[in-house]
Structures are given as structure tokens and as C-alpha cells.
Design a protein around this ligand. Sequence first.
Ligand SMILES: CC(C)(COP(=O)(O)OP(=O)(O)OC[C@H]1O[C@@H](n2cnc3c(N)ncnc32)[C@H](O)[C@@H]1OP(=O)(O)O)[C@@H](O)C(=O)NCCC(=O)NCCS
Length: 186
Amino acid sequence: MDKTVELKTERLLLRPFRKSDADDVLAYNQDPEMGRYAVGIQPLPYSRETVERLVAMFADPPEGQGILQMFAIELEGQVIGEIVLNQWEEYKRNQRADLSYTLARPHWNKGLTTEAARTVMDWAFNTQDIYRLCAWCDPRNTSSWRVMEKLGMKREGLLRSHLFWNGEYRDQLWYGILRPEWEKLE
Ligand SMILES: CC(C)(COP(=O)(O)OP(=O)(O)OC[C@H]1O[C@@H](n2cnc3c(N)ncnc32)[C@H](O)[C@@H]1OP(=O)(O)O)[C@@H](O)C(=O)NCCC(=O)NCCS
């Protein structure tokens, strides 16, 4: 991960995490609704100890864990979410990266995740050796797949009961965009 990368969007600053972001991250990880369809390290709410460990890892991702770039989503001085580009070894070999995101509930449905994710997608195709950017979500997570569609990703398939998380089998809905498709976007 390049710890010097900062991206500005119309309303947001996308920047590396700092350990001092723990209070903000703790606040949005108290709401169990945030985790209804998302898969995390454990079910919400997170304890302060968990968040401090998580934010320390976000701020300085260990090599070999597959984090290509990790952005804190900052609005008016407050961290309200995360965007991650993952590239595990197999993804790297295939010039592929995976995009995922989380935004604090009070800010939902204002187009903020789409705005942030579009900027990260453009950064990824402009600066990284990737041919395919993909993302997945639980098919019940309408907001999440809407973001993927607004980014210009195509719906590619549904993997049935592909995950077992928090006591239930979950389907995965996959989306992706290829470099030539991204080049043709307005
Ligand atoms: C998924 C998430 C990041 C979306 O963030 P967001 O900032 O609200 O997304 P945006 O506002 O950019 O786009 C959401 C879109 O979904 C639409 N939407 C939301 N709920 C909907 C519903 N029930 N039916 C139809 N459309 C819906 C919104 O109208 C919007 O589309 P539009 O701009 O065409 O109107 C946010 O809901 C979140 O953090 N959820 C919890 C964590 C999570 O699930 N992360 C994703 C894991 S895969």
C-alpha cells in the first residue's frame, strides 16, 4: 500500500487511516444494521479493543495480506467509512483487484459511496496494473449492488450459499468491469 495517496472527490477526502480515527470507526460499528448483509471480522457491535486493532491494521496493513490500497472516507473532518482495494496473490497473477466499501448509516443514500468508489476505481485503473476490477455483495444488499451498477460494473453471476457467516449460508452476487469497458465510460 502507498501511504502517501490522498484522493479528493466533490464532497470527500479519501486518505490513509490514522490510529486517531478509532473513535469515528467505533461510532459507526456500533449499529448492527451496518452488518446485516456485510461480512466482517466478527458480528457488530465491535468493542473499542477490536476497533483499535482494526484501525491499527488499516493504518499499516501487513505485507502479504492482500491489501492493495485502503482509504478512510473523510467528510468534514470526520471518518464516515472505508474503501478497500484488495489484491491477493492469485488476483495479482491475473491482474485483478477487488473493491469493497462501508459507509456510516447516517450518510446512506446520498451518493457518497458511489462518489468515493468511482474515484478509487479511476485511481486503480490509472495507476495500477489491473485489467479487471470486481466486487461482490449479498444479493439482498440492494444499496451495495446499486453502487456497483452506478460504477458501470456488469452483473456476472450468483454463487449460491458460497459463504457461511453469522449463522447462515449466504449467496454472493458478483459484479465486474474490465479495463476496455472502463476506458469507454463517460
Ligand atoms: C452499501 C453502502 C456502502 C451504500 O452506501 P451509500 O452511500 O448509501 O450508496 P449510494 O448512496 O452511493 O448508492 C445507494 C443506491 O442504492 C439505492 N437504494 C438503497 N436502498 C434501496 C432499496 N431498498 N431499493 C432500491 N434501491 C435502493 C439508493 O437509492 C442509491 O441509488 P440511486 O443513487 O440510484 O438512488 C452502505 O449502505 C453500507 O455501508 N452498508 C453497510 C455495509 C455494507 O453492506 N457494505 C457493503 C458490503 S458488500
